[in-house]
Design a protein around this ligand. Structure first.
Ligand code: NAD
Length: 282
């Protein structure tokens, strides 16, 4: 019988802890969320982050720039936010309009306020296994691994997807914990060759039913990061065919209610960490 990894519940307890800690502070941490353009999903995510910030007592400041803003406009805003004392964390919502170079924008965010963990220095800290602000979704997965006492040392982990947001950083975090990590991606010739051997599968692709019953071994642990809105029923699905695969698993995350709530909880936690670290510098 599989166990469901309840990200919703774990995220709630993280948010409650954050709320209690913020209640005891003299000032409130501040998070700036920068949205460029009109991407409808980005607007939904930004509003959700705003709401969750308010619930735990983080002041959230929304900065909306038009689709035709230049890279200089964006970097000018980020530079201002870097210098703004009431802002402790800066998040630039992805994806950016095509004419803006993502790396230049991410590099502009001060590393002490880089709550998304995408600044090259933050990525360097992750690879060097140094303390720092790490990307929220991968940190959320690690928190679930810890919460459920899952030992990853020496385990065969297959990560599907190699994006800078999820696939690469979670691979590195697991390597830092001495897992044996295989990273698969769109050019992987035979995905099932790898997934069949895996003790743990982390799928971060965005393709419904990518992982099916015949691709996994009995007792596997699955973290499904994918978010896929089905055009027919309008429901959200992960990358894994949950109904088919669940009985082979020892643990599995549901979608929704698995990784998603953890991502936001870790963003709030990163904002609080950034606030506290900046206080130490004064
Ligand atoms: P991305 O588009 O940047 O990366 C997708 C990755 O999947 C790439 O590495 C690509 O090579 C790989 N890929 C594509 N097709 C493949 C295939 N057929 N076989 C194997 N690999 C394949 O996406 P991302 O930002 O990393 O997000 C991945 C998914 O996770 C999306 O569905 C996204 O919505 C979701 N996501 C969820 C959360 C959350 O909090 N739950 C957070 C971030 C992303």
């Amino acid at each position: 019988m599989y166990k469901l990894i309840d990200g919703k519940k774990v995220a709630e307890s993280i948010r409650n802890k954050i709320k209690d800690e913020i209640n005891s502070l003299d000032t409130k941490p501040g998070l700036a969320v920068v949205l460029i353009g009109n991407d409808p999903s980005s607007k939904v995510y930004v509003n959700l982050k705003y709401k969750k910030c308010m619930e735990v007592g983080i002041e959230s400041y929304k900065y909306e720039l038009s689709e035709d803003s230049s890279e200089d406009d964006v970097i000018e805003l980020i530079t201002k936010l870097n210098d703004d004392k009431k802002i402790n964390g800066i998040l630039v919502q992805m994806p950016l309009p095509k004419h803006i170079n993502r790396n230049n924008v991410l590099k502009a965010v001060d590393v002490s306020k880089d709550v998304d963990g995408f600044n090259p220095e933050s990525i360097g800290n992750l690879i060097l296994n140094k303390q720092g602000l790490y990307p929220c979704t991968p940190v959320g997965i690690i928190k679930l691994i810890d919460h459920y006492n899952i030992d990853v040392k020496g385990k065969e982990v297959v990560v599907i997807g190699n994006s800078i947001i999820v696939g690469n950083p979670i691979s590195q975090l697991l390597l830092n914990r001495m897992a044996t990590v295989t990273v698969c991606h769109i050019e992987t010739k035979d995905l099932s060759l790898y997934t069949k051997k895996a003790d743990i599968i982390i799928s971060a692709v965005g393709k419904k039913n990518l992982v099916t019953k015949d691709m996994v071994k009995e007792g596997v642990i699955i973290f499904d990061v994918g978010i896929n809105k089905d055009k027919e029923d309008g429901k959200i699905y992960g990358d894994v065919d949950f109904e088919q695969v669940k009985d082979l698993c020892s643990y599995i995350t549901p979608v929704p209610g698995g990784i998603g709530p953890m991502t936001i909880a870790c963003l709030l936690e990163n904002t609080l960490i950034a606030y506290k670290n900046q206080g130490k510098d004064k």
